[in-house]
Design a binder for this molecule. Sequence first.
Ligand code: GDP
Ligand code: MN
Length: 380
Amino acid sequence: MKVHEYQAKAFFADYGLPVDRSILCRTVEEAVTAYRTLGVDRAVIKAQVHTGGRGKAGGVKVANGEEEVREYASKILGMTIKGFTVDRILVGEAVAIASEYYVSILIDRKSKSPLLMLSREGGMDIEQVARETPEKIHKITIDPLVGMTDYLAREAAFKLFDDMTEVKQAVPIFKNLYRLFTEKDASLAEINPLVLTEDGRLKAIDAKMTFDNNALYRHEDVFKLFEPTEEERKEQAAKDKGFSYINLGGSIGCMVNGAGLAMATMDMIKLYGGEPANFLDIGGSSNPEKIVEAMKLLLSDKHVRVVLINIFGGITRCDDVAKGLIEAFEQLNTKIPIVIRLTGTNEVEGRELLHGTRFTVGTSMADAGHKAVELARSLA
Ligand code: GDP
Ligand code: MN
């Protein structure tokens, strides 16, 4: 789960990380008032959206004086950055930057540990640094049973700074960032950039945090910040109905019973050159209501051109599934082609029932996969 910069900064402040005063605004007038309240000459106006790269998109501006605050606030509010419309801006005290550093903690799958990443080349071009000069990014694995010890934090600080006055400021920053990361079950805590100001102080002028969805149940303070996207709303609605549903953006809608079979089905579609629209595990049972609900979910995705139904009949019998499908589609008004593959208990009877109906029946998983991919291609 993602949060906005202003929300991440509130966590930063709670954990003693150096963030400057800033005020969240929803209108140009609020921004002007915030500027007066801050009582500074230079203010930074920042778009609050669930995506990075705001600076490059023109969503971060330093304003000199009230007129510029007004100008930038009205430009940034309403702007679209990578598909996200800006409805909030953060107005903060602008700092005089001497240099920018990159600091983050994330979960590293390889070492199965938190990983501290550091670079002296922080700022808006960090992706380019990672691509072209990866040796400029230092990685320090943190043993989760030992945590961020003083010596580890000092070792990290020396990767970024040569001067003791800066090292001394950096050590508590790393320790506090790690404490925040673990206590809130974050999957990412990033400061980019951490800046050294012209008067020699370290400050986090940007803050990014994402949280582990599976741990949200024990962090009410984090969960209340959840702002679902259209897709996430749909996924939540599916979950409430007892389905596992993940949108993947392709053109072949998949309806499968069992998570393993659903994964295999998606792999197969990819193998034959198609793109799955989703992962959908409808679980056991063949009851028509469930199939109707699942189909509605699939068909509400405008990218879906073909639906592939892949069912393994174990306890659920294939003839029951076939009956359920026929009954369900009497209620559903759709012209979208449906490819079905049934296997397992009573599969012959099941296929017999589907014979001569609007459904395209695949004889094997591969056959059904090919048919679905071909249909999707012909309808593109
Ligand atoms: P991002 O592009 O979404 O990561 O947004 P950031 O908050 O990181 O801001 C982008 C860039 O704007 C930073 O790398 C800084 O160079 C610049 N910037 C942000 N805040 C300030 C500020 O207070 N003063 C100055 N001079 N520059 C700032
Ligand atoms: Mn940034």
